[in-house]
Design a protein. Structure first.
Length: 105
């Protein structure tokens, strides 16, 4: 079964903010790698592709079997995408945060 993955406006904004943060961090670093933010976004997009086939493989959040989070490794940490399996063919990503953030639930 193939799931259609939708990205909420909030999650799209989160992705832009993560990119901007990563870019600024690299610009501020003496040894900054300006390709790093693009690689981070690519890792997130690859993680999202995983949801098209295996959303139930991700860990549950709370009591619902349909609200889950996808851990997306990148570098020393990575990101977490909070999503809901809406029906038998649709997943909606509600938020994407850096793994060290805790305000997306």
């Amino acid at each position: 079964m193939i799931y259609r993955v939708l990205v909420s406006e909030t999650a799209a904004q989160d992705l832009e903010e993560l990119f901007d943060f990563a870019l600024q961090r690299e610009l501020d670093s003496e040894t900054g790698d300006l390709d790093n933010p693009d690689r981070a976004v690519k890792a997130i997009k690859n993680g999202i592709v995983f949801l098209t086939t295996s959303p139930f493989a991700c860990r549950k959040v709370g009591d619902s079997s349909f609200i889950r989070e996808l851990v997306i490794p990148f570098g020393h940490t990575g990101c977490v995408a909070l999503f809901e399996i809406v029906n038998s063919n649709t997943v909606i990503i509600g938020a994407i945060r850096h793994q060290r953030e805790d305000d997306y639930h």
